[in-house]
Ligand binder design. Structure first.
Ligand code: NDP
Ligand code: HSE
Length: 436
């Protein structure tokens, strides 16, 4: 049986999971491809540290350059993360004629345009299924499974850590930072968990999904990005009382004036399927003009699910590597010379409904004053909930869901409200979307 030699850079959560699958599921892989896969070398930073996965007699190195320059390695699997060192290593690998498999969404979202061009020039593949939504084969589904459609929009819960935190915050007395710590221990979080909490990781993933869905270049810097750090357990509870779940969504859609690319917390009616995706699970909805609405669900982070996608990519590369470049599935689903850029609409221009939560002096007439100001901006209140003041606070909590309104008008109304003496603290607003 022919042997394909693979070199790994990174032996952490995903690297460990990948070695584990390649060791323990090899007979099944051999049955699929009629070839065998050998891990020829693994790079990591610290060779002294005890690892949970046994590497047997696989040579180890603390020099990642040993992998990308290894004469026998045909496929370099990059599972180290980061953008600068990883980019230069992969450029070397590509120039050395090696195919690349990576789980690194930051690298693909920020430097994918250049890396794919370089790979095409050197006639090698870059496979990156593990970069989005962990174990869900969403890249393949969008790029190949839905290729007969014009994708109109997609929306997804694409950060497992964020969804895990929002789910756990429903427990009484849950502490945001304690829940984040557990997500880190479970191997879900990025090396810098701010990426998860502030929406950057989801923005990386949305950049990739939007590019594949619409045939546009990767444009990470144009994604509007808001994380979950300002969402409180009370917001989640109020939303529930009004029939909504709070989810952190990545949304990409076609509009009359361009593409809308945004990542932010969103209230979704609780009877919509995706509103019930909890814990580390991810889900992506994609609407194709022929197929209509579709949804893909599965674990979004962690060793097993992510490594499952890495190994599927290794298998794909082995199956396709002898095909001429022009016959392979293009990296972003559309031929490189057919990628079309169109304007990305400013967040101020989107139209949606909003959840507003504020603390207002518990006096007669205050509510009327607030709703009058909203009405001045042609904003009506569709649902409202009020919690009276308590012994500890003279403020009542007012929670409202508005009609659909342009974001800049909502912002002007909130500025006016914020300036009132009767309003205490910062007004919270979360976008509301019924997703279809
Ligand atoms: P870890 O931090 O667990 O592992 C990173 C590994 O890379 C470690 O083994 C580390 O070595 C090694 N490494 C870092 N820098 C270097 C270097 N310069 N040279 C050699 N080795 C290096 O990260 P994860 O496994 O969680 O993530 C890896 C990649 O996968 C990231 O791009 C991440 O975004 C992505 N990803 C992660 C998912 C997850 O659920 N964790 C899911 C989807 C994608 P050492 O162990 O010695 O420190
Ligand atoms: N930190 C990421 C997440 C890993 O929590 O979704 C999977 O990409």
């Amino acid at each position: 049986m022919k042997t394909v030699k693979v070199g790994l850079i990174g032996f952490g959560t995903v690297g460990g999971g990948t070695v584990d699958i390649l060791k323990n599921t090899l007979p099944e892989i051999q049955r699929r491809i009629g070839q065998t896969v050998e891990i020829t070398i693994i790079a990591m930073r610290d060779l002294q540290r005890t690892r949970p996965v046994d590497t047997g007699d696989i040579p180890l190195t603390d020099q990642a350059s040993d992998v990308v320059n290894h004469p026998d390695v045909e496929i370099v699997v990059e599972l180290m993360g980061g953008t600068s060192v990883a980019k230069s290593l992969l450029e070397t690998a590509i120039r050395n004629g090696k195919h690349v498999v990576t789980a690194n969404k930051a690298l693909i979202a920020e430097h994918g345009n250049e890396l794919f061009a370089l790979a095409e020039k050197h006639q090698v593949m870059i496979a990156y299924e593990a970069a989005v939504a962990g174990g869900i084969p969403i890249i393949k589904a969008l790029r190949e499974g839905l290729a007969g459609n014009r994708i109109e929009w997609l929306a997804g819960i694409i950060n497992g850590t964020g969804n895990y935190i929002l789910t756990e915050m429903k427990q009484p007395n849950a502490d945001f930072y304690q829940v984040l710590k557990t997500a880190q221990e479970l191997g879900y979080a990025e090396a810098n968990p701010t990426f998860d909490v502030e929406g950057i990781d989801a923005a990386h993933k949305l950049t990739i999904l939007a590019s594949i869905a619409f045939g546009i270049e990767l444009q990470f810097d144009k994604v509007y990005t808001e994380g979950i750090s300002r969402v409180t357990a009370d917001d989640i509870r109020y939303a529930e009382q009004m029939g909504y779940a709070v989810k952190h969504l990545g949304i990409a859609s076609r509009t009359a004036t361009g593409f809308s690319l945004r990542v932010h917390p969103t209230l979704i009616p609780d009877n919509v399927l995706i509103a019930n995706v909890n814990g580390v699970m991810n889900a992506v909805m994609a609407y194709g003009n022929h197929v209509g609405p579709t949804m893909y669900y599965g674990p979004g982070a962690g060793a097993g699910p992510t490594a499952s996608a890495v190994v599927a990519d290794i298998i794909d590369v082995i199956r396709w590597k002898h095909q001429p470049t022009e016959d392979r599935v293009p990296a972003l689903g559309f031929k490189a010379d057919q990628m079309k850029n169109q304007p990305v609409v400013d967040i101020d221009e989107i139209e949606t409904a909003y959840y507003i939560r504020c603390f207002a002096l518990d006096h007669a007439g205050v509510l009327a004053k607030i709703t009058t100001i909203l009405a001045d901006y042609e904003i009506s209140v569709e649902h409202m909930l009020q919690e009276p003041s308590t012994n500890n606070s003279k403020d009542a909590t007012l929670v409202m869901v508005t009609n659909t309104v342009k974001e800049n008008k909502l912002n002007q109304a909130l500025q006016t409200l914020q300036a009132l003496d009767e309003i205490d603290g910062e007004i919270m607003r979360i976008r509301v979307d019924a997703l279809g």
